[in-house]
Design a protein around this ligand. Structure first.
Ligand code: FAD
Ligand code: FES
Ligand code: MG
Length: 278
C-alpha cells in the first residue's frame, strides 16, 4: 500500500503526485521507474520516478491522463492509498561526466528527462536542456529544468512561448552552430525520439532514448515490452528503459504500442460512463 501525500495539476491533463514509498525512495536512482496498481482489479502501470526524498520517504511521479488507469489515478486525492507499488525497476541511467550533454524532453517526457538532467549536472556535465510542448499551457517543469541546466531552451509547436517549432529544430540549430555535443538524451513521444535520432545520426552523436513499451510483469518474464535494438530482441523492463536510439526499431515499437488501442478505448469509455453515473 502507498499513500498519496500530495497531488498537483501541472497542466490540463498532467498530474504530479508525491507518494509515500520509503523503501523505494532509499534505493532509486535516475532513470528508474515503478509499477503501480490502484486497486484489486487494477492493471499494472509503469511510471518514471521523477524525484525522491529519502528523509521524508517519498517519491514523485508525473503522469499524463491518456486512458482508463491514468484517468482513475488522476481522480484520486491526497490521503487516499494505492494498493500496490513496486520498484525501483529498470536500469539506472549511466551517469558520468561526458562533457556537454543535451537533455531533451517533449510533453510529459520532460518529467522523465528531469531526473537525468539533475544527475548529469551533479556529475559535472555542462547541461543544455530543450523542453517542448504543443503550447504554453501544456509545458511542465520549466523552473525545475532551469535549476539543473546551464542553459534551457523552450519550444512550443504553436509558437505561444519560446521557440516556434519542434525541439528537433532547436537541436539542429545547436548542431549547426558548431557547439560540440558529447551526448544527447531524447525523451518523449515515439515520433519525437525517432526524429531526434535522425537528426543526431549523421553527426554520430551518441543519443540515448527512454522507451515506453507496454509492460505487464516488468520482470523480464512475459515478453510484453520487447523491442528490437540493433537487430536483437531486448526487454525494456530489464534491459532498459534506456537504449542507444540509433539502434532502436521505432516502427516496431510504434506498432506494438498500438496493439491494444481498441480495447483501451473501450475501457476508457466504460470508465468515463461509470464516472458520469450512466
Ligand atoms: P491506456 O488507454 O491503457 O493506454 C494508452 C496508451 O498507453 C496505449 O496505447 C499504450 O501505448 C500505452 N500503455 C497502455 N498500457 C501500458 C502499460 N501497461 N505499460 C506501458 N504503456 C502502456 N507515462 C507518463 O505519463 N509519465 C511517466 O513518467 C511515464 N513513465 C513511463 C516509464 C516506463 C518505463 C514506461 C514503459 C511507460 C511510462 N509511461 C509514462 C507511460 C504510461 O505507462 C502509460 O501512459 C500508461 O500505462 C497508460 O495507461 P492508461 O490505462 O491510462 O491508458
Ligand atoms: Fe514483461 Fe518486460 S514487461 S518482459
Ligand atoms: Mg490501460
Amino acid at each position: 500500500m502507498s499513500r498519496i501525500i500530495e497531488k498537483q495539476d501541472l497542466s490540463e491533463n498532467v498530474v504530479r503526485m508525491v507518494l509515500d514509498a520509503p523503501a523505494i525512495a532509499k534505493k532509486r536512482r535516475a532513470g528508474q521507474f515503478i509499477i503501480l496498481k490502484i486497486d484489486e482489479k487494477g492493471e499494472r502501470v509503469p511510471l518514471t520516478i521523477v524525484d525522491s526524498d529519502e528523509q521524508k520517504g517519498t517519491i514523485t511521479i508525473i503522469f499524463q491522463v491518456v486512458g482508463k488507469t491514468t484517468a482513475a489515478l488522476a481522480k484520486m486525492k491526497a490521503g487516499e492509498a494505492l494498493m500496490d507499488l513496486q520498484g525501483p525497476l529498470g536500469n539506472p541511467t549511466e551517469i558520468e561526466n561526458f562533457g556537454h550533454v543535451v537533455c531533451i524532453g517533449g510533453g510529459v517526457g520532460v518529467g522523465v528527462v528531469y531526473p537525468l538532467a539533475a544527475a548529469l549536472k551533479k556529475a559535472g556535465n555542462r547541461v543544455t536542456s530543450i523542453i517542448g510542448a504543443r503550447n504554453k499551457s501544456l509545458l511542465i517543469l520549466e523552473e525545475e529544468m532551469k535549476k539543473v541546466s546551464d542553459k534551457l531552451i523552450v519550444a512550443t509547436d504553436d509558437g505561444s512561448y519560446g521557440f516556434h517549432g519542434f525541439v528537433s529544430a532547436v537541436l539542429q540549430n545547436l548542431i549547426d552552430s558548431k557547439e560540440k555535443i558529447d551526448r544527447v538524451y531524447a525523451i518523449g513521444p515515439v515520433p519525437m525520439m525517432r526524429v531526434l535520432c535522425d537528426v543526431t545520426k549523421p553527426y554520430t552523436i551518441p543519443t540515448i532514448v527512454s522507451l515506453n513499451s507496454i509492460m505487464v510483469d516488468a520482470t523480464g518474464m512475459c515478453g510484453a515490452c520487447r523491442v528490437a535494438v540493433g537487430g536483437q530482441t531486448k526487454f525494456t523492463c530489464v534491459d532498459g528503459p534506456e537504449f542507444d536510439g540509433h539502434q532502436v526499431d521505432f516502427a516496431q515499437l510504434t506498432n506494438r504500442l498500438r496493439m491494444y488501442c481498441t480495447q483501451e478505448k473501450e475501457a476508457f469509455e466504460a470508465h468515463r460512463c461509470q464516472c458520469h453515473g450512466k
